[in-house]
Design a protein around this ligand. Structure first.
Ligand code: UD1
Ligand code: CA
Length: 537
């Protein structure tokens, strides 16, 4: 299957709003703060590495930052810096990392970030947080444009919120914004202010540097507050303005796992909405989860209970669900995948999977193929039009085109030491309960009988059979399980038909329906020693 092209879908947050182009001179740097400890997460994993929509929080922040098109992009780390730096290096290799020292506070974090950049850095510096995942690049570009238009020393992204608890309050007088006061340091009058500081700002680089050098730690937290530069900049004659953001979600940070879940739910709702507006049917958005990097084509249908993770791509007209979880799976156009758990798999166009299938990495199902019910596959290349319909394990196998694997078969790939591969040709039909003991090859057009254990290669066009002739030990149940319900049932089945007796008046010795004489009913249960009574047919 060819990889579906990524469709051009507008981000929902941008819809209907003009997005300004970056300021003249552009953005010199975005500094993303991520040095905080994140204690309220109560986690061994650094806070900014917790995933939301399949992507670490810090990578969401970096994606928004990148949209401001900065010359330099730097993330400031301290707590578990190595782990975060490694993740950033893997997911965003062009991003610089800076380490914050022992001095606490957002102001110190920005200072440390600037130290990683050229000393003569000039122009606009944007500051954002690594734990604010729903901030969009469009909002950052609006901030930068407002900053340039106003000729500001500092532009603060703010929001009116219903509950400002814990956030810095924006203070104003007749001349404009005069400061930001933290919850801990605020008077009761200041606490009543509902306009809050988002923690996202644009600054003029030189002014920021000199103001930061003058910020002390004389506050309730004993930290270097970035917010203190506001008053210093104004005192030095700089202009400070705010840019209100209407969508409160954009500035919400993650401090604990309850907030993480809230933000993840909102991000998911936005992702689903974006895809629905792009032509995807989502039957039940409340039970459907789609990661940020998943790609869906128009006329895809997602039934209730679907989770799509990682780099999963679903092509036009495919129906996924209900109750299906796919991670890094490609589903071709018009395919159906029902009640399936899959990862690292490719499902061809028009193919059907499930219900109740388990697709493990390396599964490739060809066009119009079928992986049916209670089937597990791994490293399995199943060709166009081939079917594995029921109760089967296919591991380390290549199956050609238009072949059919009988129910209840196993590709026996593991001898306890090493794994081996099985190759099945095209137009092969294997009987139910066939065991393919790898390594083994079954040629084109070959058949196998039910219950065959294939240990040797089967030439093209051959019928493989390995079962011994069947033996029936007649009367065995009566002889060896006397008095059981089974023995009684067998006896009843062997009784002469009473209507026969009425018409013919003769009593017959029981004769099985296969024409073999069996012990008569009068003696049933008396021959217990058996062997001399055994007859085979
Ligand atoms: C800060 C603002 C506050 C604003 C709020 C928005 C200050 C003094 N206060 O609050 O006005 O309403 O953000 O969320 O700036 N960080 C570091 N190094 C540090 C401390 C923090 O990198 O030494 C990072 C954290 O990792 C986090 C961000 O800065 O990403 C904000 O830190 P946090 O402690 O959550 O914010 P507050 O200081 O409470
Ligand atoms: Ca915070």
């Amino acid at each position: 299957m060819s990889t579906p092209a990524r469709p051009a879908v507008p981000a929902v947050a941008d819809a209907g709003r003009p997005v300004p182009s970056p300021a003249p001179g552009g953005v010199a740097a975005v500094v993303v703060l991520a040095a905080g400890e994140g204690t309220r997460m109560r986690s061994a994993l650094p806070k900014v590495l917790h995933p939301l929509g399949g992507r670490a929080l810090v990578l969401h922040a970096l994606a928004a930052a990148r949209a401001a098109d900065p010359e330099h992009l730097v993330v400031v780390l301290r707590h578990q810096a190595e782990a975060v730096a490694a993740h950033v290096a893997a997911g965003a290799p062009d991003v610089l990392t800076a380490l914050q020292d022992d001095v606490p506070g957002t102001g110190r974090a920005v200072q440390c970030g600037l130290e990683a950049l050229p000393a003569d850095l000039a122009g606009t510096v944007v500051v954002t947080y690594g734990d604010v995942p729903l901030l969009t690049g469009a909002t950052l570009r609006r901030l930068v444009a407002a900053h340039a238009e106003g000729g500001n020393a500092m532009t603060v992204l703010t929001a009116e919120v219903a509950d400002p608890t814990g956030l810095g309050r924006v203070l104003r007088d007749a001349t404009g914004v005069t400061g930001i006061v933290e919850q801990k340091d605020a008077t009761s009058e200041q606490l009543a202010v509902r306009e809050v500081n988002s923690g996202v700002y644009a600054f003029e680089a030189a002014a920021l540097r000199s103001a930061l050098a003058r910020v002390g730690r004389d506050n309730a937290a004993g930290e270097v507050y970035l917010t203190d530069v506001l008053a210093l900049l104004r005192a030095a004659g700089g202009r400070v303005q705010t840019l209100p953001v209407e969508d409160e979600w954009e500035i919400r940070g993650v401090n604990d796992r309850a907030q993480l879940a809230d933000l993840a739910g909102e991000a998911n709702a936005r992702t689903l909405r974006r895809w629905m507006l792009a032509g995807v049917t989502v039957t039940d958005p409340r039970t459907t989860w789609v990661d940020a990097d998943v790609v869906l084509e128009p006329d895809v249908t997602l039934l209730p209970g679907v989770q799509l993770h990682g780099t999963t791509r679903i092509a036009a007209g495919a129906v996924v669900g209900p109750d299906t979880t796919l991670t890094d799976v490609e589903v071709g156009a018009g395919a159906t995948v029902a009640r399936t758990h899959g990862s690292g798999a490719v499902v061809g166009a028009g193919a059907t999977v499930g219900p109740f299938a388990f697709l493990r990495p390396g599964t490739r199902l060809g066009e119009d193929g079928k992986i049916g019910t209670f089937v597990e596959t791994k490293n399995a290349d199943i060709g166009r039009g081939s079917k594995v319909p029921h109760l089967t394990y296919v591991g380390d196998a290549t199956i050609g085109e238009h072949s059919n694997i009988g129910a209840s078969s196993v590709f026996v790939n593991y001898d306890g030491v090493s794994k081996s591969r099985t190759t099945v040709g095209s137009h092969v039909r294997t009987g139910s309960d066939t065991m393919f003991v790898a390594p083994v090859t079954v040629g084109d057009g070959a058949y196998s009988g039910a219950g065959t254990v294939i240990r040797k290669d089967v030439p093209p066009g051959a019928l493989a059979i390995s079962v011994a002739p069947q033996r029936n030990l007649v009367g065995w149940t009566a002889a060896h399980r006397p008095g059981t319900a089974a023995a009684e049932a067998a006896a009843r089945a062997q009784e002469p038909d009473p209507t026969d007796r009425a018409t013919s008046g003769t009593s017959t010795t029981a004769t099985s329906s296969t024409g073999t004489s069996t012990p008569g009913t009068s003696t049933a249960g008396t021959h217990r020693d058996g062997d001399h009574d055994r007859r085979e047919n």
